[in-house]
Design a protein. Structure first.
Length: 175
């Protein structure tokens, strides 16, 4: 089991607004929202024939919820290029999907308020199941245009090589 270093001076939980998402070895521009990492284990109920009053429970299959990524519409083609690997319209029959590389491992890096890497998760064998290029458009609205992709995945795990950072202290001088 991995050992974690613990910062005895940190009492506050991390805030949820400093994160970056990486695939293909680079951070993806402009990600403003990532849905929760969630795993559900099915419950298998069974009953022994000689015990009519109690049903027993044991763990069954695990299911990992899809990840939804949101960002403002930009000229960065990362979302579109990945979504096109799952389905491309207008190509020759039999080549609509890129079976060789439509799945990617994704890294979700989580930073403390000082911008130091605090926690990292590896998300395995993700692929785009839904892609929204543009939101509903409204000429009377005052909002950022948001696009999103939904990533199915086959599990995730915490990168235990990322230790809790030593947080900076700023020296103040009194005048």
């Amino acid at each position: 089991m991995a050992e974690f270093t613990v910062n005895p001076l940190r009492f506050d939980p991390y805030k949820n607004f400093k994160f970056r998402l990486k695939w293909d070895g680079r951070y993806v521009a402009g990600i403003s929202k990532v849905s929760a990492l969630k795993r559900t284990t099915q419950v298998v109920k069974f009953r022994e024939g000689g015990d009519p009053t109690i049903s027993r429970k044991s763990p069954g299959l695990n299911d990992y919820d899809a990840l939804v990524l949101e960002r403002g519409v930009t000229h960065d083609l990362a979302f579109e290029a990945w979504a096109a690997k799952v389905w491309q319209i207008g190509v020759a029959p039999g080549s609509e999907i890129s079976l060789a590389d439509f799945r990617k491992d994704v890294i979700l890096d989580f930073f403390n308020e000082a911008g130091q890497l605090a926690i990292s998760y590896k998300i395995y064998r993700a692929w785009v199941s839904e892609y929204q290029v543009l939101p509903d458009l409204d000429a009377n609205a005052n909002a950022v245009a948001i696009q999103h992709i939904k990533l199915e995945n086959e599990g995730w795990e915490r990168d235990t090589s990322v230790n809790e950072p030593t947080e900076p202290s700023f020296n103040s001088t009194s005048a």
